[in-house]
Write a protein that binds this ligand. Structure first.
Ligand SMILES: NC(=O)c1ccc[n+]([C@@H]2O[C@H](COP(=O)([O-])OP(=O)(O)OC[C@H]3O[C@@H](n4cnc5c(N)ncnc54)[C@H](OP(=O)(O)O)[C@@H]3O)[C@@H](O)[C@H]2O)c1
Length: 320
């Protein structure tokens, strides 16, 4: 197995769950020394233990990325303990379902504080260190919603578009230096974000299909750090909507709201702040169980379909 990151110090925010936790496993397999950050304590410690079981050195440092002092402490602690930070994965994010008028202003601001200012806080404290060393790689875990409009997600879409804008500009300003900025643009990924996020719609929240496995996204984070390029997509189907939005905007904006209502918001559910203000420590996990659930439904249907097809052919032959 390749050990591309042996001896490299990799910090991942939002490593207690989902893509960040899967990326931590993927970096651990590549020999990285890992510093895992998120607000939770137990699930973050569990993620670090999983990395150690894979043979990596890994520590957990509980941090709220929206709090600049905590992020400054994180960067200072890592640089003094390990001497440097080679890769910083800005992955932590909060998610909210709700029409703009359903979404409390405080919830909107909390999402932007985490999903946009969380990056600003990190980059502000990383740059003096990276300037001094002449190198460093910042991986932004963005979203396909960094490029696409999505009704019922105004806070998330605003924060994701803005974070992409920041990283794009930094990519231009630091071109031809050893400091790299790269963005991952995942489509729907199988993580607990849909169970843990806030939801003010009165409907249950589901991922918008098709759902891509979390480990594919985790491996893509490692590839982005190893070969930083401006954008890297994960999941082709939703990525194909990006040109549609610009070439046929009328059509794109006609289908988005019904699509979300049909596929992502089904059944009734009580409005919830989810993990906005308090981490969902017990709900954090590497995957959200969505792909397994889909398989539980589609596999029996496929088997039934195959049995029916074979029976039809056999019956036809018997009749001849
Ligand atoms: N799942 C998808 O469909 C999808 C699609 C496109 C992009 N993404 C992006 O992928 C990234 C990871 O999301 P995910 O799907 O893996 O979600 P997830 O399972 O909910 O993980 C989110 C992580 O962020 C942490 N976090 C949230 N607020 C934080 C804060 N203020 N400070 C520090 N950590 C915080 C959470 O831990 P604590 O609660 O313990 O703090 C958790 O570890 C996000 O940037 C998301 O926007 C996800």
């Amino acid at each position: 197995m390749s050990q591309r990151f042996r001896g490299k110090i990799v910090v991942i925010t939002g490593a207690s769950s989902g893509i960040g936790r899967s990326a931590a496993h993927a970096f651990a397999r590549q020999g990285a020394t890992l510093v895992l950050a998120a607000r939770s304590h137990d699930s973050l410690e569990a993620a670090a233990a999983e990395c150690r079981a894979l043979g990596a050195e890994a520590v957990a440092i509980p941090t709220d990325v929206a709090d600049e002092h905590q992020v400054a402490d994180l960067v200072a602690t890592v640089t003094s303990r390990f001497g440097r930070i080679d890769v910083f994965v800005g992955n932590a994010a909060l998610f909210v379902y709700g029409l703009f008028e359903q979404t409390p202003t405080a919830a909107f601001k909390r999402v932007v504080d985490t999903n946009l200012y969380g990056h600003l806080n990190a980059i502000t404290h990383l740059l003096p260190h990276w300037r001094q060393r002449g190198s460093g790689t910042y991986v932004l875990v963005g979203s396909i919603q960094s490029l696409l409009s999505a009704p019922y997600q105004s806070a998330y879409v605003t924060s994701k578009h803005a974070a992409l804008g920041l990283i794009d500009v930094l990519g231009d300003e630091f071109a031809h230096t050893g400091i790299r900025f790269t963005t991952l643009l995942p489509s729907t990924i199988d993580t607990p974000i849909y169970q843990n996020g806030a939801n003010y719609t009165g409907k249950n929240s589901h991922p918008l299909p098709p759902t891509v496995s979390v480990d594919r996204a985790g491996r893509a984070v490692v590839r982005a750090a190893a070969h930083p390029k401006r954008y890297r997509y994960v999941g082709r189907v939703q990525a194909s909507l990006v040109p549609l939005q610009y070439v046929f905007p009328g059509l794109f904006h006609k289908i988005t709201k019904p699509m979300v209502e049909l596929f992502a918001l089904r059944g009734t559910g009580a409005p919830t702040d989810g993990n906005l203000w308090t981490p969902a420590d017990a709900g954090n996990a590497t995957d959200g169980g969505w792909v397994a659930k889909r398989r539980r439904v589609t596999r029996p249907l496929l088997v039934l379909g195959a049995v029916a097809a074979v029976a039809t052919v056999a019956l036809g032959r018997a009749r001849r």
